[in-house]
Design a protein around this ligand. Structure first.
Ligand code: FAD
Ligand code: SF4
Length: 348
């Protein structure tokens, strides 16, 4: 059985108190914990070993979802709370409309038990993943560790100057496709940045969040006329992290032409990857089979999945085209339920 290392637990009641605890800690000594579904297993594997954990579960300011102007979600809202919010449902209970991609992404994270504990803030700040890193201490010791923790070499690309561990958050690609923003607060100031600016392509320093900052909320603008969809490739349809995901959003005019669009890939780099060229190619055109195939081709071309997660990288690159096609067909209004069922089943 893997045991947690010893740590001190602090339980602040406000963002300010939590931020002051962070500010007064030695660099690297303290970490925030929300649901703990990512951090605690990492601590058991000694991938992350903070001496102090600052728990966020008692911070009431971080809870709550507002649909007043667009969408504002407290970082401490659990994925279950998000998915159960009836306000995402329209048209006789169906999940549709502009925020569909976020709902689909959140509802496919892990398992129901993990979604009951896991929060949207923790999901955005989720550690990057790699076959050589997501192992217990003894396994990693046997290969002399790796650059991301305790070692010097990257075993995925031995000449790489940086870690190539993979961004595996489901909600980040969806939120980027929706033009989302996050608020980060420290003991002295708060700033609001686009979700895309929260990430950088480095498997170790994958967030631009400063060590003294707390992600307090997520905002999505009012998206009249937009539709969105999220598709996820994983080995087990009931359970696993994404090894490829596609978030697509588009604003359609009355005659069905695309007025604006965004396509974002997840799990192909150390950050979510936008495909602006593919999205731009859709503008002014209806979502015809030809337009969708063109955008799918343009998205797949620059996608460079690494050989450090599940399935072969060549196959994952090949199916990128299919997953973009599925997402755009769903935006067009095609009934994709059977394809979703097949995608979930075929890989068991
Ligand atoms: C078996 C298994 C399967 C999983 N499958 C998936 C999956 O399919 N998709 C997926 O996306 N995730 C998956 N996860 C990971 C995890 O369950 C989710 O990402 C979850 O949303 C993490 O949220 P949390 O609140 O538990 O984060 P925590 O574990 O509490 O924290 C995660 C990280 O975020 C930081 N953090 C938390 N809250 C804040 C905040 N407010 N401000 C700043 N930093 C913060 C923590 O310091 C830590 O570094 C899986 C986990 C397991 C164990
Ligand atoms: S990509 Fe390289 S450095 Fe990063 S976790 Fe994997 S093996 Fe380690």
């Amino acid at each position: 059985m893997m045991r947690l290392p010893y740590f001190t637990f602090r339980s602040p009641r406000s963002v300010r108190e939590a931020a002051e605890l962070l500010a007064s800690s030695q660099p690297g000594d303290a970490m925030l914990v929300a649901g703990g579904t990512d951090l605690l297993p990492n601590m058991k594997r000694r991938q992350q070993v903070p001496r102090t954990l600052i728990g966020l579960r008692r911070v009431a300011e971080l809870r709550g979802i507002s649909h007043a102007t667009g969408l504002t979600i407290g970082a401490g809202v659990t994925l279950t709370e998000l998915v159960r919010d009836i306000r995402f449902r329209q048209d006789g209970g169906q999940v549709s409309g502009p925020y569909g991609a976020l709902w689909q992404a959140a509802s496919q994270v892990a398992t129901p038990h993990l979604r009951n504990m896991g929060t949207i803030g923790g999901n955005l700040c989720l550690d990057t993943r790699c076959n050589y890193y997501d192992q217990n201490y003894e396994w990693r010791k046997a290969i002399d560790f790796c650059m991301k923790k305790d070692g010097a070499t990257c075993w995925v690309a031995t000449s790489s100057p940086r870690c190539l561990a993979v961004s595996s958050t489901d909600t980040a690609p969806a939120l980027i496709a929706l033009g989302g923003e996050v608020t980060l607060a420290s003991a002295t100031a708060a700033r609001r940045i686009p979700v895309t600016a929260l990430f950088q392509n480095d498997g170790i320093h994958y967030l631009t969040r400063r060590a003294d900052e707390i992600l307090t909320s997520v905002h999505v603008p009012q998206l009249d006329g937009w539709r969105s969809a999220y598709w996820k490739l994983r080995r087990r349809g009931s359970f696993d992290f994404p090894v490829l995901s596609v978030a697509a959003a588009a604003r359609l005019t009355g005659d069905g032409a695309v007025a604006d669009a965004r396509i974002v890939l997840g799990a192909v780099a150390s950050r979510p990857v936008e495909a602006p060229e593919a999205a731009a190619a859709l503008i002014g055109r209806p979502l015809s089979d030809a337009a969708i195939s063109d955008a799918a081709e343009r998205t797949a071309r620059p996608a460079r999945p690494m050989d450090n997660t599940d399935f072969t990288l060549l196959w994952r690159k090949r199916v990128t085209r299919d997953f973009v096609t599925y997402a755009l067909r769903e935006l067009r209004g095609d009934d994709m339920r059977e394809t979703r069922r097949k995608v979930a089943r075929v890989l068991l």
